[in-house]
Write a protein that binds this ligand. Structure first.
Ligand code: BG6
Length: 487
């Protein structure tokens, strides 16, 4: 970047000593620094309540963030010069006083990015105090971490409060799934390849599965997780964003509003859940004790800080439907869970069977064509096809047409947070959620959450290390489908 042409940049991280900052944000900023993607004069100002000096903060980040940097990328000189960018301002986010000190520590004329990596309950106070202290100008940006609210009214209240101080073009609502290389690649796969477009609809596509399975449990995050649950933590944001990218029409350009308009249309076309739909088309689960990666794992209720009778879900499966011309009648199965058998994020596009089979005697070996897009742990795109087994007779077997992305691209793949932070610095909003998108996602999620409450739905226990409760297989079986991994 040409320092002479761009103003200096002050990146201010509220919650600068918090888990997200040292585990994700600072390591991501270091990677950007290492690869010379940060403007030369970018400073990173941690903000928190600790009574710390700059040196204390540097020592803290040195100790906590360093282990989260890839060993190969950790270069002594680069790490030292990265730490030189850091500063710390001690303040209580709810009290006006400290903001003048923050103002004094920001450079005059610098572009300011305020990253709110705090509980959303603080967003209103932070924005108001920033404004009162004269810290918000036309170039300032604010980054809002999820969860943005716990239902539609609370999300609207946050949006309303932030909008009093920042214009929509200054607001970056982060969903780190939108920063993943593989998720961005989905757009290219869909709209950069003409052969897929005519097939990408009902009835050629029979169903879509989106699975985000994790092997980790709740870890030390029970305080947050137990009043959030998988629906709010994963489905309302990450899984719905994936669904939008799979289902949206081609935007007229990659301009932020063109892309977000199309995603919004998908969200607005989602079938609304009535109570009977909640009962029939959703499954909530909670992990019990089991074995994950060959090691015994305790159940959710035994985890530190989880209330003994907690009914929080750690697993969700949902049959969603999109009521529009392209997708009418195609079930979108969404599934996510903690303590599952494998860490695996996959989108499976299952195509309809041939309208007539001349291989009737082979019905048992016939498999549908499936496009299998693996987002994690390794990116891959495979198309399952039927082929003839070598030898006499006409025996069929499924084989994969494999897009070998690992060997096709040798370029470094940046982590989601690095990519998104660079987008914020460059003022690119395409991969961030717009206000109406966020609210539409809550409009869909709320009736499900309320339905569970009304039905007094207790999560079904599943053993840690499994693929979730049996009811989840039954949910897809009703539509003549199977979860792809479960085969
Ligand atoms: C976060 C959730 O948004 O995403 C976590 O709060 C979850 O509970 C994480 O573990 C998963 O992200 P990734 O990038 O590891 O798939």
């Amino acid at each position: 970047m040409n320092a002479a042409l761009t103003p200096p940049l002050d990146m201010v991280i509220f919650g600068g000593a918090g888990d997200l900052a040292w585990r994700k944000l600072l390591p991501a900023l270091y990677m950007a620094h290492l690869h010379e993607r940060l403007p030369g004069d970018c400073r990173i100002v941690g903000v928190g309540r600790h009574d710390w000096s700059r040196e204390d903060y540097v020592a803290f980040i040195d100790k906590t963030s360093r282990p989260h940097v890839d060993a190969e990328a950790l270069k002594a000189t680069a790490w030292t010069s990265f730490l030189e960018r850091l500063d710390f301002v001690s303040l209580d986010a709810t009290v006006a006083d400290g903001y003048q000190r923050l103002n004094a520590s920001c450079r005059p004329g610098a572009t300011k990015v305020f990253y709110l990596a705090t509980a959303p309950s603080l967003f209103t106070d932070i924005c108001r105090h920033l404004d009162d202290a004269g810290l918000i100008d036309a170039d300032a940006r604010v980054v809002l971490e999820k969860p943005l609210g716990h239902d539609l009214p609370s999300a609207q209240a946050i949006n309303e409060a932030v909008a009093r101080h920042f214009q929509e073009r200054q607001i970056y609502r982060i969903d780190h799934y939108l920063g993943k290389e593989t998720v961005q690649n989905l757009m290219v796969l869909r709209f950069g390849n003409a052969i897929l477009e005519p097939l990408w609809r009902a009835p050629t596509i029979k169903s879509v599965q989106i699975t985000v399975a994790e092997t980790v449990g709740v870890g030390t995050r029970a305080g947050f997780y137990d009043h959030t649950g998988a629906m709010r933590d994963m489905v309302q944001n990450h899984l719905l964003q994936l669904l939008c990218i799979v289902a949206m029409e081609a935007p007229i350009s990659l301009d932020p509003d063109d892309v977000r308009d199309e995603k919004l249309k998908v969200l607005r076309s989602l079938r609304k859940f009535e109570l009977a739909d909640v009962l029939r088309d959703t499954v909530r689960g909670q992990y019990g004790a089991g074995v994950v990666d060959g090691k015994p794992a305790q159940g959710y209720l035994e985890e530190a800080d989880v209330p003994a009778l907690s009914q929080t879900e750690t697993f969700v499966a949902i049959k969603a439907q999109i009521n529009n011309i392209r997708w009418a009648g195609v079930p979108f199965f969404l599934r996510t869970g903690k303590r599952m058998q494998k860490r695996q994020s996959e989108i499976i596009i299952e195509f309809s069977d041939p309208p007539f089979s001349i291989f009737a005697d082979q019905a048992a070996s016939a498999h549908p064509n499936r496009l299998i897009i693996t987002l994690q742990p390794e990116e891959s795109i495979r198309l399952q096809m039927m082929a003839k087994e070598p030898g006499s007779g006409m025996k069929m077997r499924p084989v994969f047409l494999n897009l070998d992305l690992q060997s096709a691209f040798t370029e470094r793949r940046a982590e989601a947070y690095e990519r998104l932070l660079i987008d914020v610095i460059k003022g690119r909003l395409t991969h961030f959620m717009r206000r109406d998108e966020l609210e539409a996602a809550w409009r869909w999620a709320d009736p499900i959450l309320n339905g569970w409450k009304q039905l007094n739905d207790r999560p079904k226990t599943y053993p840690a290390g499994s693929w979730g409760p049996a009811a989840s297989s039954a949910l897809v079986a009703r539509e003549d489908a199977v979860w792809f991994e479960a085969q």
